[in-house]
Ligand binder design. Structure first.
Ligand code: ZN
Length: 135
């Protein structure tokens, strides 16, 4: 991260329309718990959209997971519910600001544990006039 990333920290959150909750599980041990959680979310939070199961690792994730996309209007009701009902599963909560890199790092909140991520695969916001050079 460059100094520019840090100085851009004061941002208006009102532009955030969507959040993701990534629910991690172990296919051999906790897939059942993850399935129960998914069903409860679907039943109690209809606006939430559970994504596909990813037993195989995908994107920056280093454990199996599925994501739940939900609208910002659901944040105040869903997040406390998730805190109380995640059944020991690790969850990554992040906003969708258009910068995948910051959303999964500086903007992220973890429940239960902080898992390593392969951040090198994440796209930084292309609209920001990036300081050139440097890997
Ligand atoms: Zn996500």
């Amino acid at each position: 991260m460059s100094a520019n990333d840090v100085s851009a920290a004061h941002r208006d959150p009102h532009g955030i329309a969507l959040y993701h909750a990534h629910v991690y599980y172990d296919p051999g041990k906790t897939r059942g718990l993850a399935a129960q959680l998914r069903e409860r979310v679907a039943a109690q939070f209809p606006p939430a959209k559970p994504g596909r199961w990813h037993d195989e690792l995908v994107g920056p994730h280093t454990q199996s997971m599925y994501q739940i996309e939900f609208p910002a209007a659901m944040l105040a009701s869903f997040v406390p519910w998730l805190m109380l009902n995640r059944d020991g599963l690790t969850v990554l909560l992040h906003p969708e600001t258009g910068d995948d890199y910051l959303d999964h790092t500086a903007h992220a909140a973890w429940f239960g544990a902080v898992l390593p991520l392969r951040v090198e695969v994440l796209q930084k916001r292309s609209a920001v006039p990036a300081s050139r050079g440097g890997p």
